[in-house]
Design a protein around this ligand. Structure first.
Ligand SMILES: *[C@@H]1O[C@H](CO)[C@@H](O)[C@H](O)[C@H]1NC(C)=O
Ligand SMILES: *[C@@H]1O[C@H](CO)[C@@H](O)[C@H](O)[C@H]1NC(C)=O
Ligand SMILES: *[C@@H]1O[C@H](CO)[C@@H](O)[C@H](O)[C@H]1NC(C)=O
Ligand SMILES: *[C@@H]1O[C@H](CO)[C@@H](O)[C@H](O)[C@H]1NC(C)=O
Ligand SMILES: *[C@@H]1O[C@H](CO)[C@@H](O)[C@H](O)[C@H]1NC(C)=O
Ligand SMILES: *[C@@H]1O[C@H](CO)[C@@H](O)[C@H](O)[C@H]1NC(C)=O
Length: 225
């Protein structure tokens, strides 16, 4: 990785709030230790320019990762890292590597327009944890005009990355809840349509985003129980 992180006291989430949609992982709440099925969702390109490729960096405590089989206009490639300690599959085979990153690259000039969004699907095993524990992912999004995003900023950390024309913004996250979701069913959820990512606690943030994005996301979170 080309960037470093320095701890800072300030909570940077507030600064990143609700200017434009952020890259997210959907659903953004899940059961600790579960087999998760979700997607990288890129809501826009780079200042009008379409997205050509997207890389998802898998955190150390997410294993058994697979990108969804893809017959569409994207090629999918992965990098591996050692799995420590190795695990034994049901077949008896010893598994000593796991996926470290997935890159989806547009084929033949295909891309996601700035006016469209796309879900890049994958699955993986989430770590155990208690309600409110957060699993952060980093995403690098490259656009046709040479600009890019690093969706890698975490609360209390200061990410620096000297790549030219790169915007650093908040890292997408999945928050762990034993019931698989952070909110109770709310018939009015989603009415306002605003996506406010402000707030100082992860639970609050997820609640706000979920409430803003709406009941369909809530339904997805429940579906993945
Ligand atoms: C995994 O096991 C294979 C077969 O024993 C070995 O060749 C390879 O070096 C191992 N890789 C790692 C990362 O340990
Ligand atoms: C996952 O690993 C990261 C990096 O070690 C750690 O900060 C985080 O707390 C872990 N999350 C869970 C839910 O275990
Ligand atoms: C990703 O997209 C950028 C911008 O178009 C391009 O420069 C880069 O070569 C692409 N990477 C791959 C692996 O295709
Ligand atoms: C960065 O953006 C500027 C202005 O759009 C452009 O002239 C330059 O070529 C870009 N640099 C890279 C590395 O894409
Ligand atoms: C992050 O680091 C940069 C460069 O050192 C600095 O200018 C900036 O003020 C820092 N941001 C915060 C929130 O500390
Ligand atoms: C799931 O659990 C969290 C944490 O205990 C709670 O805040 C939330 O309301 C629960 N959601 C539902 C749908 O019960």
């Amino acid at each position: 990785m080309q960037f470093t992180k320095t701890t800072v006291a300030a909570c940077l989430l507030a600064a990143a709030a609700s200017v434009q949609g952020h890259a997210t992982i959907q659903p953004n709440a899940a059961v600790p230790g579960s087999n998760y099925y979700g997607a990288v969702r890129n809501p826009h390109g780079c200042a009008g320019s379409p997205t050509n490729n997207v890389t998802l960096l898998i955190p150390d405590n997410v294993t058994s990762v697979k990108p969804k089989s893809n017959f569409g206009p994207w090629t999918v490639s992965t990098t591996l890292r050692p799995l420590v300690p190795p695990q034994t599959a049901e077949s008896g085979a010893v598994i000593n590597t796991t996926i470290a990153s997935i890159t989806w690259t547009a084929k033949d000039g295909a891309h996601v327009l700035d006016t469209e969004y796309y879900d890049f699907e994958f699955s993986g095993k989430l770590p155990d944890g208690k309600d409110g524990d957060v699993v952060y992912f980093d995403i690098i999004q490259n656009c046709e005009n040479g600009a890019s995003y690093l969706w890698g900023q975490r609360p209390g950390q200061n990410v620096t990355d000297n790549t030219p024309n790169r915007t650093i913004s908040s890292a997408p996250k999945v928050t762990l809840f034993k019931n698989g979701t952070s909110i109770k069913a709310d018939p009015n959820a989603g009415q306002s349509g605003t996506q406010s990512a402000g707030g100082s606690s992860d639970a609050t943030t997820v609640r706000g985003v979920l409430a803003g994005v709406g009941a369909s996301i809530f339904a997805a979170a429940v579906y993945f129980l």
